[in-house]
Design a protein around this ligand. Sequence first.
Ligand SMILES: Nc1ncnc2c1ncn2[C@@H]1O[C@H](COP(=O)(O)OP(=O)(O)OP(=O)(O)O)[C@@H](O)[C@H]1O
Ligand SMILES: [Mg+2]
Length: 411
Amino acid sequence: MRTAVHNPFQPGSDVVPEIWAGRTEQLSDWRDVLRPRLQAGLFERGRTVLGEPGLGKSSLVRRIAMQAERAGDWVTPQIRLALGTDPLKRIAAEVLKLADRAGLPAARENRISSLLERVQTVAASGVSLGLRDREGVEPHTALTELLVEIGHAAIRQNQVVLIHVDEVQNITDEKLLSQVLIALGDAITREVDVTVPAVGTITRSLPIAVYLTGLPEFDDRSGSRKGATFARRFATTTLEPINDDDLRSALRPLVVTGWETPSEDGSIVAVRLAPDAAETIVDVCRGEPFLFQLAGQRAWYAGSGDVITRPEVLAGWGQAEQEATSHVERILERLPPREREFLSAMAELPPWERSQGQIAAKAGFAKPTDAGTTSQRLDRVRGIIGRGKVYTFRHRAIEAFLTSDWPSLEQ
Ligand SMILES: Nc1ncnc2c1ncn2[C@@H]1O[C@H](COP(=O)(O)OP(=O)(O)OP(=O)(O)O)[C@@H](O)[C@H]1O
Ligand SMILES: [Mg+2]
């Protein structure tokens, strides 16, 4: 009955889990701001969603993309950039599929067929940097022009286009990064003239939404090197852990109505979550979406009855401890030594003594300015701490890991 096939919890990466929690601000940004404004021809910046590993960046935009797809929008799959791949090549291939969907290959204009051909070349062989194509334009320009044509087709068919590029921190080549940002940025800032019946010609933006997702390191690159242009074209959000109330609400349906699963005799049984079991899942995962799914998944497997009990959540978590530890260790190991030292020093102080000066002294920083830049990055770029009068942890799993026995639980 509580079989693997029916387990509603899905730890992993890049999945859109069935038990979804929070992120309402970002979901509503798409539904209530970005999509309607693009549809109305108004300019809206692209969205960059960054955050520490496992906070749900990919899942979030995949969920938005799924909603868009259901509404009939033209959506790319998650374009996941592996380290060392040519990003323009990957993006070009997906943009060609959008062009198909927009019906562009059927167009009889020479201009469009030669444009398609140029982008096909980029998709097939990528760009050797600096290489110009036959017509003397940089390959990324062809990509922009094709996006503009897709945008025109979308206007005619009253559609919205959504492009999702994931793992953007993997574009380590500066020149390639700037080409990608320009190719996409030029398309979303392009204004075109369209004829509206009974009104005449109006100028509008193209209905193209661009989502970039990845690790916070991307901000360093795009932030300093692309400067103001990037900021005017993309709005950046740094994801934080999910708050307990949102996690509670996500589990509520399991508590109240249960999760429908077929039983051995073929009838449908609802597997419920005991209220104190739900509370324990919320407590152990510390706002980490990945650990939330992990705790739930293990609890499901820890028994076979039609109620998931608190002891089952605890037993399941016991088996997940190792993985929870590695999850947090992976996040900490990625940090530059200074940032890690800062966090350890902060964790050693009692909460009321966590001022910048005290932490810097404890961490043995020679200059107060070192602590300044380090804490600023931990706050603004990573969202791991908050800098109030005393500093606080915003990443609750890191806090728990550094200041207590968590993930291990005293019974
Ligand atoms: N809003 C959410 N509610 C519940 N679970 C979620 C939510 N978002 C993500 N998850 C779960 O968290 C896990 C990690 O999600 P995801 O792969 O999107 O993270 P990420 O931030 O893209 O990580 P990475 O930096 O490794 O790419 C997945 O198991 C997913 O099921
Ligand atoms: Mg991801």
